[in-house]
Write a protein that binds this ligand. Structure first.
Ligand code: 5AD
Ligand code: SF4
Length: 446
């Protein structure tokens, strides 16, 4: 055991990485380490990296580089770099060459091996590198040290089989593998016993959950999770439009705990670009799906991911995207400028879009997305919404913060009323703004 020793973890990228970091935290806690928010005091420093866009990668190189001085001052500390970047060919070598003071390099498939790698590093002066190319078995039973005590991410499947032509994820996270439903349900029951109220089921493409298991599907899993007592809300991400089938829409409609929010990345509104992206749906098919969702799930909020400046994107293609965004009326959208990822097909396409054109389109898209988002939020004025309380607001201690079932952030006042995190309350929205809905406490639900 390592009494009085502490760890610091910096996480880049998606919820998958966040969950991996929570696993690493759990493993370190098991070894007796405690968490610190101050990198200068830590005995073990971990950078969990992302490579989905170039920007994320550059940030990692910059921040790892900055640790050199710390390591010179305190040579006994252990610096580890892990995550998606390490799964890319040549990256561990770059880390070793540029940052020889790094002690451990490992990948996404062998997180569970960290305690052993740490032990080895503590006994050795050279860099320990262990990156697995193959996925290996799903490892169950790692204690997860979660950041929140009311909301939890639960990974239901790993990897991706879709090979969208811009995306590096299938190369860094491997093929799709579903966790067994019993393992998932047991984890969620355990979370419910510990007082957790909200579960987000995670996977690169949750709709293909169970295809590698017998007699299992995502909609069946949703219905099973809905039965777990104590859990109030169920969310899931990410959905691939090509796999979001009627049975899933019906499960969302029927199960009272499943929130009316679907994150449904469209990536582009141009059928031509969607084809080049290998997304396997057309603009029309996507719009039909959105129609079906809106008809079946009352009050549903839709959010999305959009890439601008994919190779070959013409002004006409881009206008198709703007048109689709206006038609769907997303509650919010993550917008990205296309970033060339080495090893993906699109990086080799010759018709790359100049940076100034990409930026100009990006600004136009963001402007439209924000305008729609603002309009959608205004619809909340004077409405009463159910909020799951997360605690006092960080920016204004006189307010309490939480989210609606549709995922909107709410700050509300509740003078002289005792409200704890994890409670469900009704809030009257008095002042909706672009990114926050302000309101007043109405009554407790439970
Ligand atoms: N360039 C820009 N955005 C990308 N995404 C994935 N790969 C790239 C890339 N090469 C975006 C997609 C995906 C989100 C997680 O990141 O929109 O849905
Ligand atoms: Fe990447 Fe496409 Fe898989 Fe999503 S579905 S992780 S965008 S390859």
């Amino acid at each position: 055991m390592h009494k009085n020793k502490s760890y610091f973890i910096e996480t880049y990228g998606c919820q998958m990485n966040e969950e991996d970091s929570e696993k690493l935290a759990g493993l370190l806690k098991g070894l007796g380490y405690t968490n610190t928010q101050d990198v200068n005091l830590a005995d073990v420093i971990i950078f969990n990296t992302c490579c989905v866009r170039e920007h994320a990668e550059l940030k990692v190189y910059g921040n790892v580089g900055r640790l050199k001085k710390l390591k010179e001052k305190r040579p006994e500390i252990i610096i580890a770099v892990c995550g998606c970047m390490m799964q890319q060919k040549g990256v561990p070598e770059i880390i070793m060459k540029k940052f020889p003071f790094v002690d451990i390099v490992f990948g996404t498939h062998n997180i569970h091996r960290f305690p052993e790698l740490l032990q080895n590093a503590l006994q050795s002066n050279s860099t320990i590198i262990e990156v697995w190319n193959e996925e290996g078995e799903i490892i169950e039973g790692i204690n997860i040290e979660r950041q929140s005590s009311i909301k939890a991410f639960v990974t239901i499947m790993y990897g991706c089989n879709n090979f969208c032509t811009y995306c590096i994820v299938p190369y860094t996270r491997g093929r799709e593998r579903s966790r067994k439903p019993e393992a998932i349900i047991n984890e969620i029951k355990d979370l419910a016993n510990k007082g957790y109220k909200e579960i987000t089921l995670l996977g690169q493409n949750v709709n293909s959950y169970g295809k590698d298991l017998e007699d299992m599907s995502f909609s069946k899993l949703l219905r099973m999770v809905n039965e777990v007592e104590g859990i109030e809300r169920i969310r899931f991400m990410t959905s691939h439009p090509k796999d979001l089938t009627d049975d899933v829409i019906e499960a969302i409609r029927d199960c009272e705990k499943i929130c009316e929010h679907i994150h449904l990345p469209v990536q582009s509104g141009s059928t031509n670009i969607l084809k080049k992206m290998n997304r396997k749906y057309s603009k029309e098919q996507y719009l039909e799906l959105v129609d079906k969702i809106k008809k079946n799930i009352k009050g549903v909020a839709l959010t999305t991911d959009i890439i601008v400046g994919f190779p070959g994107e013409t002004e006409e293609d881009f206008k198709e995207t703007l048109d689709l965004v206006s038609k769907v009326e997303y509650d919010s959208a993550f917008t990205f400028i296309y970033s060339k990822r080495k090893g993906t097909p699109a990086a080799e396409y010759e018709d790359q879009i100049p940076d100034d054109v990409k930026h100009e389109r990006f600004n136009r898209l963001v402007e439209l997305v924000n305008r729609i988002c603002e309009r959608k939020n205004m619809e909340y004025k004077d409405k009463i919404v159910e909020v799951l309380v997360e605690g006092p607001s960080k920016t204004d201690k006189t307010k309490i913060t939480g989210r609606t079932r549709t995922g909107k952030l709410v700050h509300f006042t509740a003078p002289n009323i005792n409200i704890s995190e994890g409670e469900l309350v009704n809030v009257k929205i008095t002042e909706p703004q672009n990114f926050i809905l302000f309101g007043e406490f109405e009554n407790k639900i439970r």
